[in-house]
Design a protein around this ligand. Sequence first.
Ligand code: 0GY
Length: 291
Amino acid sequence: MPMSPGYIPFHPHPSKPKFKLPPGAVDAHCHVFGPENKFPYAPERKYTPCDAPKEKLFALRDFLGLDRNVIVQASAHSKDNRAMVDALEAANGRAKGVAFVGEEVSDAELKWLDKAGVRGVRFNFLKRLVDFTPGDVLARIAGRVEKLGWHIVVYFEMPDLPELEDFFTALPTAVVVDHMGTPDVKKGVEHPENQRLHRLMDKHKNFWVKVTCPERMSLAGPPYDDVVPFGRALVERFPDRVIWGTDWPHPNVKKEAPDDGVLVDYIPKVAVTAAAQRALLVDNPMRLYWA
Ligand code: 0GY
């Protein structure tokens, strides 16, 4: 199956980052795709990506100086978690996963996922990526994953937070917000729309946030300095509930493939002290995924 028109494959030769990652650093948001001949894409997918197999992910991990990965099931594989699980099994304990499941998932499949290293499920609210799932269905899934000690990753866009907030705060698990809630950089950190997420995190200590994907929000382009204030505000306010990841292989980015080395060099701009960097890159993701 050819890639979707306009789909941009991952950067072929990322630069070596200048920032030296602390030992044990975790890339807490990345994906694997295919290879399609072994793990076909889901018929209900909204886009066809470029294959991004586990070997390439692990090579990037080593090249950048990262130690571990959290592999998040992407929508192109929908509820078929086999490519992600295959990567977890090949990682020798150095990867954990976040799955995508429907309520038809059997207890045996959940057990299989758990054994492979899955520690969460993702609820995706982006209409361009997935079909709508009613809240009561998601609530029932949440109840089942709570019993496994998993958490829930939520992917939404900031304008949708007001209507989703009551549902999110009723979830019985830890809740991890993807990509800073994808704020509108034009509006600024102090905008009520963005401050709503800060208030929510202040009030609900079970919420975590990924300071990921400046490349998806930046208007200025690399090195994404216009997004720094958003990441920095979250790291400073919630130092023990922030995690970071590359988002490799960057599905559906516009304009150009981000250089993963530049994304690593973004880290010390949002986490400016060695202590903040250690929390963001090692202690926090280890607590959430490996404890
Ligand atoms: C991401 C973002 C995207 C894609 C997916 O599940 C997915 O297909 O996550 C996106 O297109 O914004 O989290 O990497």
